[in-house]
Design a protein around this ligand. Structure first.
Ligand SMILES: [Zn+2]
Length: 226
């Protein structure tokens, strides 16, 4: 169920026993072959699957902007920065007090730290909130095999596999200092961290299934504790 499709009176009694799932994405370059909305598409799909598997979950409209400053210099990237993302999430979750809790499903690695800050503030205020991000291989973190395969499995029309080329395949810890200093452009001229050239829909479907299982388990465990 999507929040945007509901009418307010439908939520008056239901909200208190409903979890609100908020997809957090980004609008940022994903190499020459994937659309700028890749992280948002993935977060929305994971929320949709969560709502399919766990009862009483409503999916909020996605937040399509994130902290993407490290992708500056690549055409089309839009970023609201770390502090603004933290503030946005804090205010958004505060405004969702009618709901039993809020699950923030994050599709973009650069959002993780600002999200942690937001969750710390919100929990200190006594709010019931969980942030969850998918995990993957350290040598395939951006527009590589994993993300490309996932978008292929969703048959996303924005994928141009013919344009896919390998990027930097060093593990993220080896390049993170250069990345923080000079942005992604300093470590990978084509904006890719990983190798998307062997991406395929089957691998993407398996990854999505694994992420969904992990997300469902995390939400179930968290909801049981509260
Ligand atoms: Zn991405």
């Amino acid at each position: 169920m999507n929040l945007g499709d509901l009418r307010s009176p439908q939520l008056v009694e239901q909200a208190a026993r409903t979890l609100l799932a908020v997809p957090l994405g980004a609008t940022e370059q994903h190499g020459p072959h994937l659309p700028l909305s890749t992280d948002t598409v993935i977060a929305v799909e994971l929320c949709r699957r969560l709502a399919e598997r766990v009862p009483d979950v409503v999916v909020a409209p996605p937040v399509p902007y994130g902290s993407s400053g490290e992708h500056a210099g690549f055409a089309g990237t839009l970023s609201i920065g770390r502090a603004m993302l933290t503030g946005l999430v804090v205010e958004l979750v505060r405004s969702a007090d009618d709901f039993a809790g809020v699950v923030l499903v994050n599709g973009h690695g650069g959002n993780a730290e600002p999200l942690r800050d937001a969750v710390r503030t919100l929990r200190a205020e006594g709010r019931n909130v969980l942030a969850w991000s998918p995990t993957g291989r350290a040598d395939d973190t951006h527009a590589g095999h994993i993300e490309t395969s996932v978008l292929l499995s969703l048959a996303h029309p924005g994928v141009d596999l013919a344009a896919a080329e390998p990027g930097v395949t060093l593990p993220l810890p080896d390049i993170i200092d250069d990345l923080r200093r000079g942005g992604l452009a300093a470590v990978s001229p084509n904006g890719v961290l990983g190798d998307p050239t062997h991406a395929n829909a089957d691998d993407g479907a398996a990854v999505l299934d694994r992420w969904t299982d992990t997300l469902v388990a995390a939400v179930t465990e968290w909801a049981r504790r509260d």
